[in-house]
Design a protein around this ligand. Structure first.
Ligand code: ATP
Ligand code: MG
Length: 275
């Protein structure tokens, strides 16, 4: 049995406990594949940004996606989250949820959370309030929601704050946090929605070395309970967390495997090192 298959099987039950009521009831996460994309292509003004892409992510795995600027990494995330519609291909969540039939909000509600590169926390609110706000489906009704927070929700806020390492900073204004702490807060806000799949685009850009280490630990800890796909350019960071790595090039998969496999791969060496 392959390692990836084994980890998928082992982790299935752990993922299951994270099925929140908000998650689509149609979603079947009992299978070992959390997400797959098959023969996906998209062109922008005749330029194929994604070109016959096939991409499979196991339940509970931490997958790293690397590739040169313009390789299509962000576009791939745009397609998964419904921001961009592909011209052709299949994008399926769990065994049976066709993401191409869902809108951006429905996809988020189905259990796919996305972290953009730039932190988008509410600077004027403190850590606790930011996490509390993340509970709200409609941010505009935040003020009315506040009185209704249950002890279970309070517990969830405390749990998430501890997971992202901000439990001692609950009353600190988000605007006064360091860059790394803001990134962790934003990851915490995503976790409040109990996502099954987390897409994280360039999480360590601009972080100190120490912050990078903490982020690596955090993402590794989240895997298993969640399925995590991380796009990152920092190879030292990738090496520190990587299990399985996918190399994208000109909109399709050039290579996939362990970090060592990737570094030995002839096609990767040709593209990256010009060999
Ligand atoms: N909405 C769009 N309209 C036109 N072209 C786009 C659009 N989105 C992406 N592209 C183009 O598609 C290609 C892939 O871009 P993408 O942002 O996915 O690359 P990336 O791998 O994320 O790169 P980076 O590492 O620089 O973030 C690029 O050539 C980009 O200019
Ligand atoms: Mg990008």
């Amino acid at each position: 049995m392959s390692n990836s298959l084994r980890s998928g099987m082992l982790r299935r039950d752990r993922v299951f406990e994270f099925l929140a009521p908000s998650v689509s009831e149609r979603l079947d996460t009992q299978c070992s594949t959390m997400l797959y994309m098959e023969n996906v292509s998209v062109s922008f003004d005749g330029f194929k940004a994604i070109d016959d892409l096939n991409f499979y992510v196991d339940t509970g795995e931490l997958r790293c996606v690397i590739g040169a600027n313009g390789a299509g990494k962000t576009t791939m995330m745009d397609i998964i989250t419904g921001k961009t519609r592909p011209d052709t291909g299949k994008v399926v969540f769990g065994r049976n949820v066709d993401l191409l039939t869902l809108g951006v909000e429905q996809i988020a509600l189905a259990g796919i959370g996305r972290k953009f590169q730039k932190p988008t926390v509410f600077e004027e609110l403190n850590v606790f309030e930011n996490l509390e706000l993340a509970l709200a489906d409609d941010k505009k009704v935040f003020s009315t929601l506040r009185v209704k927070i249950s002890s279970e929700q309070l517990g969830q806020i405390e749990d998430v704050a501890a997971i992202v390492g901000l439990d001692s900073l609950m009353r600190k204004r988000a605007g006064a946090l360091s860059h790394g702490q803001k990134q962790w807060l934003e990851i915490g806000m995503l976790l409040m929605q109990r996502p099954l799949l987390l897409l994280v685009d360039e999480p360590v850009a601009g972080m100190t070395h120490q912050e990078m280490e903490k982020t690596g630990q955090l993402l590794s800890d989240l895997a298993g309970k969640h399925t995590v796909v991380v796009v990152e350019h920092d190879m030292e960071f990738i090496r520190s967390i990587a299990n399985r790595v996918t190399v994208l090039n000109q909109g399709s998969v050039l290579a996939e495997g362990s970090m060592d496999d990737i570094q030995q791969n002839d096609a990767v060496r040709r593209v990256y090192l010009g060999e």
